[in-house]
Structure formats: C-alpha cells, structure tokens
Design a protein around this ligand. Structure first.
Ligand SMILES: [Zn+2]
Length: 462
C-alpha cells in the first residue's frame, strides 16, 4: 500500500496519468515547494494508516521513492540553489568593427571590470587582443555586475585566445578551437545567370566557383549556360565558434546544361593522403585534359559582357578561337598541363602566351594585359595555373581573352582533343564509390524536393 501511493506520485510527475492541463501546474508546484510533496506524502501515509490493517504497515516510511519522483521532470533550478550558487554568467558577443581598439569593444560589450582592463593593458600575455580583425566576434562571460569571468577571441580558424579569471588574477590561453563541419545541399535553376541562381538557392560564391572549376572540362561556364539549366550541389561548411570560416569543399555536383547531364563526386581512397578528386557517377575521372574556359571564374568575370568584342574580326573564317569577355586583370589559367613555348608580343594577338601540350597540341592566349611573374619560356605549367591576365592588347577594342586550341597547328575544338583520360576509380574501390554516389544522389534529390524555396526566391531576382 505504501509503495502504491508513492508510485502514484511518480506517474503524476511523468505525465502519464494526470490530466494534461494539470501537469505543468503540478510540476511547478512540486518543484518549487518540495515540502508540499512531503506534506502530500504525509497525507497518503495517513490514508494508508487509516485503511490498511495495522500488521501491513511497515515500521519505517520508505522515503527514497520520493527522491526518484523529483528527478523525473526537466528541472528548473530551485530558488535556494540559485541563491546559494556562485554568481551566474551570461555570454555577450560583440563584433569587431573597423578602427576598433580593444578598449572600445569591451565597453560596448558592457564590461565593467577595472582589474581585467589593467591586466589587458599591462600584461604581455594579453597582447593577442591587439590583433583585432574587423568582423570577428569577441565573446565575454560576465557576471551581473559586468565583471569578467572569461573572454574568447578567435584569432584565426586555428587559434582561439582566452582570458579566464582565477581568483584575483587572470590566466591566458590559446587553444585550437573545435571545428564543426555541416553538410548542405542546394538546388538551383538558371533564369538570368549562374550567380543569380546560386544566390536564389543560398549557395556561397566559393561553392559556385568550385562547381564551375570541377565541371570546367565539360561545360564552358562563359558561353554554354542557358536559361533553364539546373544544378544540384552537396558541400561542406566549416564553422568555428559558430562562425563560418570556410565554405566550399564540394562533395557532389550535378549539372544539366542544355539537356545534357554532367556530374562529379568527390572520392578519396581510404588509404590515400591526397585530398581526393572528382569522378562522374560511373567512376570516370571528371578531370579533362583541357579546360573549356581558361579563365578564373568569378562573379565579376561571369557577368561581364561588352556589346562588341571584335570589330576587327568580323568574319568567322578569320576568327579561329573562342573569345571570353572579362574585365582587364582577370586571371588567365593554363587550359591543360604543358610547357610555355612563347611569351611576348605577336601582331594582332598583342601580348600572347602559347603553351605546348602532349599530342602536338598548342593553346594560345591573346590580348593579355600582362603575364604572371612565374610564366617563363620553357617552364612547365599545370592545368589551372594562372599564367597571365586579361587585357585588350593587339587587335582588340574591348578587354577579353582570345583562346585558341590547335592540333598540329590547325585550330580545333578542345572537346574533340584525343588525349589519354585520367584513370578511373580502381576496381578495388568501385563498389564503395558507387554506394557513396547513391548517398549523394539522395541528398541532391532532397535539395530538389525542397526547391519550392528556390521557386519563391526566383521571383525576386532580375
Ligand atoms: Zn578572338
């Protein structure tokens, strides 16, 4: 009988048998005034005494079950505990602004602690606080009077500087902050531009540019994009202390360009130290021997299109390459691995770089404003290396890159270049890779399913 009574108390706490509207009230009541429980319990004991034959009554009242009953609900602090406890702290975050000195930031955050100010000014250990970078957050744990308990300043993604109160003095420490990697998946549809679609989908620029680089062997992101092209992308965002410090490692991308589907999945062999490379859904390398657009892709260069490029080359016959309109100074990248064969001025090309590649292939980069300091005749370059910068030298009225692809000195389409492809995923890992592809495809499907958001956002851009 005793046991049964205390059991009822537990169930009431757990919210199983009491009327729902009564529960919050009961919980609060029981938590705020534990004595009430004891009182209620006392009542039940009285009841027990009243209805149970005397020989059934235990000589000692089992109070342990009551303690259990109190442990069940989520516990707001008991008033007595709060009063008895050490002073509580609250965290304040203040962003570093341009021209800030540490004193300003501390005042803005509400610090009222002459001791720590003295420590910061006089102790060399506090010197990292003089390396303020605008935009970074400074976090302070203060007590009710504005006295410092702890200070945290992210100096870089790898260093967090801390000041902690230790009795009457302060201790400093620089630690490696914890990183948190979050995965995101997004879907976009092109209405006006790739960056417009990326903005509407909430994709960071680094990811958009990364996607253009990964698929840059198959899609010319300057000329090939069309309204209605669709893409899905899965990528990582690295946060330190709640701050986004790095976005961009792309895990998977799928791009439907003019009805053709291209995809790339990041693969890193389990035993490999390398950062991994991209493969299509079949496990073939996404790396092509030549880039379709040998320019550093950016928001600015992708939106740049002067009305007329080549008033001097009106006929198709005379014009044997591809023109990429881009602002002067846009980095020009090596279309493929090769050797610098020519660097200098040459007639209508103006400033020109010619690279020689395997298989009698040469690439021409004309109208440059200047060359990269590392570009020297006879030097090896890797695909994607910056070799020069866009300009309008030679026969060009507007800044653009003139890119030519030649096989045995005859202009050709770089897509049709026959070169040995990069090796596919090895048989050993094929199955593991395909399983990973399936997981990524599910994420991308998820992004497409959620693209209702994209549709709403789409209406708002020009
Ligand atoms: Zn041209």
């Amino acid at each position: 009988m005793q046991k049964q009574n205390s059991h009822i108390v537990i169930e009431a706490q757990a919210g199983k048998e009491t009327e729902p509207f009564l529960m919050p009230f009961l919980q609060r009541l029981l938590l705020r005034w534990p004595s009430l429980i004891i009182f209620l319990f006392g009542l039940s004991c009285v009841a027990a005494f009243a209805f149970v034959p005397t020989n059934d009554v235990p000589t000692k009242i089992p109070t342990t079950t009551l303690t259990l009953a109190l442990d069940l609900p989520p516990k707001p602090p008991l008033l007595d505990d709060v009063l008895a406890d050490e002073p509580t702290f609250y965290w304040v975050e203040e962003r570093i602004q341009r021209g800030d000195v540490i004193g300003n930031v501390l005042s803005r955050a509400g610090l009222n602690d002459p001791e720590v100010r003295k420590f910061i000014v006089s102790d060399p250990a506090a010197r990292p606080l003089y390396r303020l970078r605008p935009g970074r957050p400074l976090r302070l744990a203060l007590d009710g009077q504005g006295k410092l308990h702890e200070l945290r300043l992210l100096l870089s993604p790898e260093e967090m500087f801390m000041i902690m109160r230790e009795g009457d003095t302060f201790k400093t420490q620089t630690i490696i902050p914890e990183r948190e990697i979050r995965r995101e998946q997004r879907f976009g549809e092109i209405r006006s531009s790739l960056f417009g679609a990326a903005d509407a989908a909430g994709i960071p620029d680094a990811v958009t540019i990364g996607m253009a680089n990964i698929l840059g062997g198959e899609i010319d992101f300057y000329h090939d994009l069309r309204q209605g092209d669709r893409f899905s992308v899965v990528y990582e965002m690295t946060y330190v202390e709640g701050e986004l410090v790095n976005s961009g490692r792309i895990l998977a991308a799928e791009f439907i360009n003019r009805g053709n589907e291209y995809s790339a999945y990041l693969w890193q062999s389990p035993n490999s130290e390398q950062s991994g490379s991209y493969y299509n859904a079949k496990g073939e390398s996404s790396k092509k021997a030549f880039l379709r657009a040998p320019l550093e892709f950016s928001r600015i260069s992708s939106n740049f299109s002067p009305a007329r490029l080549h008033p001097l080359f009106k006929s198709k016959r005379a014009h044997t390459g591809t023109d990429f309109a881009a602002p002067t100074g846009t980095p020009v990248r090596a279309g493929g691995d090769g050797v610098v064969e020519f660097i200098g001025k040459k007639g209508g090309y103006g400033n020109l770089v010619i690279l020689r590649h395997a298989g009698e292939i040469t690439t021409y980069y004309g109208h440059l404003s200047r060359f990269a300091s590392t570009t020297k005749k006879g030097k090896r370059v890797k695909q994607g290396d910056v070799i020069a910068y866009v300009g309008s030298s030679g026969w060009a009225t507007g800044p653009h890159l003139h890119y030519e692809f030649r096989v045995a000195n005859k202009p050709r389409d770089p897509l049709k270049a026959v070169l040995p492809p990069s090796p596919p995923i090895s048989d050993e890992y094929k199955e593991l890779f395909l399983r990973q592809v399936m997981v990524m495809q599910e994420y991308m499907q998820l992004a497409r399913d959620m693209s209702g958001i994209t549709t709403i956002a789409r209406a708002s851009f020009d």
